[in-house]
Ligand binder design. Structure first.
Ligand SMILES: [Zn+2]
Length: 259
């Protein structure tokens, strides 16, 4: 059985402000981030509804504050909402005190939106500091989706002891940013969506052909995958996956709860 999770990180403008506070960030670069909640999220929600697919959205607290209607639409459509810090602070860069504050603020805003603490945490940049694991273990978070060391979910072992924290592993090869993310001073050339379809299909087929239980977790960003041709590619990919037996789509929280 291959468990497929469609996950979307909604960073909006905070993707850019967290990346490069030193350089001047002007309205055009910010507008690139705004495309995610403004255009990408509605397009993605339409596609998910059309295909009756569940998804998990990791949303920064700042985006919840500034794009409330879009976040409520995600919640009201029944999708899972996870924790992605406040202003997309990269844990490895902020220092312990600022990381604790960002973690607490993001947690509070997701809880306020959904009425319950989030189950999942995805660190901005998939980076952990020395204290991130302790923060998770001391919080209501029950799964992390950040590590790149496995094809199957597992429980974290910390200081030799198994914890209740489940890991849902990810990979740069299953991330839209690795192929499409681009800025004036950043990023690779943008790939043809058909090339990325072929790459993801190749990853999926090879895993599927191994005939074992595994997870296939796509990490995407509405400001990136939310472009029309890319969302269309994602839809085509999910339709391909659906032609296979022994495959299921579920939220990250649903998958984690089985471990
Ligand atoms: Zn992010």
């Amino acid at each position: 059985m291959i468990s497929v999770v469609l996950s979307f990180d909604i960073d909006g403008e905070t993707l850019w402000t967290s990346r490069d506070k030193v350089n001047k960030i002007g309205p055009v670069m910010l507008s690139q981030g705004a495309y995610g909640p403004k255009e990408g999220v509605p397009r993605i929600l339409e596609f998910l509804k059309r295909r009756n697919l569940p998804a998990t959205f990791f949303i920064t607290g700042w985006v919840i504050e500034h794009y409330r209607a879009q976040c409520e639409a995600i919640r009201d459509a029944g999708h899972e909402i996870g924790h992605h810090n406040y202003e997309h602070e990269w844990p490895c860069r902020t220092g312990a005190e600022a990381e604790r504050a960002a973690f607490a603020k993001g947690l509070e805003l997701v809880s306020g939106l959904t009425g319950k603490p989030p189950a999942g945490y995805r660190a901005p940049g998939w980076e952990f500091s020395d204290i991130t694991m302790d923060l998770l273990l001391d919080s209501p978070i029950t799964y992390s989706s950040n590590m790149m060391d496995a094809d199957v979910p597992y429980r974290h072992v910390v200081n030799g002891r198994e914890t209740g924290l489940v890991e849902l592993p990810v990979s740069w090869s299953l991330d839209d940013a690795a192929f499409f993310m681009h800025g004036l001073t950043y990023g690779p050339p943008q790939y043809d969506p058909e090339t990325v379809y072929s790459l993801w299909k190749g990853e999926f087929d090879a895993l599927y052909n191994e005939k074992k239980d595994a997870c296939f977790i796509l990490t995407m960003h509405p400001q990136i995958i939310g472009r029309p041709a890319r969302t269309a590619m994602l839809e085509k990919f999910t339709e391909y996956v659906r032609t296979k037996d022994d495959v299921r789509f579920l939220t990250a929280e649903q998958l984690a709860s089985e471990y």
